[in-house]
Write a protein that binds this ligand. Sequence first.
Ligand SMILES: Cc1cc2nc3c(=O)[nH]c(=O)nc-3n(C[C@H](O)[C@H](O)[C@H](O)COP(=O)(O)OP(=O)(O)OC[C@H]3O[C@@H](n4cnc5c(N)ncnc54)[C@H](O)[C@@H]3O)c2cc1C
Length: 529
Amino acid sequence: MLFKTSMNRTIAGGYATFNYLKQNPPNDFFPASASTPLKDLTSSPRYAKEPEVKLAIAEMATFLKPDQMTNSEGELYNHSSNSSTFHKPNDTERPYVIAYPHDTQEVAEIVKICNKYRIPMVPYSGGTSIEGHFIPTRRGVCIDVSRMDKILALHEDDLDVVVQPGVGWQDLGAYLDPYGLMFGPDPGPGACIGGMVATNCSGTRASRYGTMKDNVIALTVVLSDGTIIKTKNRPRKSSAGYNLTGLFVGSEGTLGIIVEATLKLTVKPEKEVVAVVNFNSLGEAAKTVTDIFKKGIAVNAVELMDDRQMKCIKEMTDDVHGGRKWSDKNLLLFKLGGVSNTVLKDQINIVSSICKKNGGFNIEIAESEADKEAIWSVRKTQLWTSIDWAKKIMPNARAWPTDVAVPVSKLPKLIAETVEDIESNGLMTTVVGHVGDGNIHALVIFPPEQIDVAEKVVKNMVKRAIENEGTVSGEHGVGIGKRDFLEMELGEEAVNVMRRLKLSLDSKMLFNPDKIFKIDPNEDRVDNY
Ligand SMILES: Cc1cc2nc3c(=O)[nH]c(=O)nc-3n(C[C@H](O)[C@H](O)[C@H](O)COP(=O)(O)OP(=O)(O)OC[C@H]3O[C@@H](n4cnc5c(N)ncnc54)[C@H](O)[C@@H]3O)c2cc1C
């Protein structure tokens, strides 16, 4: 009898608690809010310890061949950092192991094992990102998709291609060339489709062909529990449901692993030349670009290198690249193209006359493949040239690369104020820009002891971009380097919604932890410059 009464009380108590919780759910349990502020996460994510990681690796070894996994010191470091990023891993931030899956099924199996043991996963493809995107802050498994490098289908008539994530954009370009086709985005040499989608990259051709988000039709993605989804079918347009493709473009490996991408192609211009022209002032160069766009001329690419950058290039490459000699004045570089010589000639004439009207001089048109390549490669490798130049002047020089973007009309002001800020603080800089998109890269060059000053001017540059209706990153992304800036641009609430989306797809917070925004209320990581 006594037992029965106590059982009744327990049941009644349980029911009352259930009812209370139903009406007053705690924040992290059926949350009523639409977003997740960091403070609502009451504890740090819980991840596997080494013994569990060992079990997981043993399970992976049942289907991955020995050459599909490594923990060699060199590879672990290469999968934590690269020479171009300013944001370095701390000494303990290395993956336990790198896995090299060959296909989607292997990716899904690796993910299922990591999910079972709560092991963080960092996707990796070309390793060229520069905001500390793939630093394994919580160790875990690096999933390197570079061996998934097949072009699966080319649909010439539909102008699309289906590829695996380890296909490099340069290899894709070489493959498409004989078909007279091309793929628009052209980020850092060595970048691959997986990372390009994940960073929403672009490059020198974006003002004509769009950024990555404009060039992805559909994705196949492995989610945090190993589920494989396809975001869309293959038509160029679709209003069917949520735009899941867009959700994964720019997600920086925090929501899932991209294992296949259907990409838009464009027809390669039948005729194309590279044109270069100098200007005494940046304002003249920027006005030229605006005037060309306002005239309705669609140039295939337009890039800017400021006079500091040109001085560096002159000193480092005169007579080296195809025997060229450069002027040290501000430079605009164009790719002009058309379907026939007549169309091309018309475009050259109109662009040349707009350049001249705005004070342009030294106009030069390169027509041979060798000359075009000699000019364009100088622009594409400008970051490394600038770093070498800085070290020539100051052997212990450090260089902080970063990018911001503003509406094109605000670019001259942004550049002028940024250069003034950097130089009046006693540091050096070179500036290049995807000027057609209002996107600049100002490289801050400084002696190691001036790191605080460098940090200050970089922050100023980002704030200045936001004040000018711009963005904290036009193309490199957020990674770990720009997390705080993201809130400055979009506000805390928008970032809280991103955190909610992350939690809904990756509740154990296994995919690329700590990137884009914080996921741990107790995180005290200090950026390692
Ligand atoms: C010299 C130089 C020039 C550059 N120029 C440009 C430029 O003009 N424009 C530009 O946009 N960028 C540029 N970059 C930056 C860089 O090339 C781009 O960010 C590029 O898109 C990164 O691709 P990746 O394959 O190297 O990615 P990685 O560095 O391997 O990874 C980048 C991010 O994507 C995630 N990721 C990788 N693969 C996958 C996958 N399969 N699924 C999900 N997530 C994944 C990673 O976790 C990481 O967060 C330049 C870099 C250098 C060094």
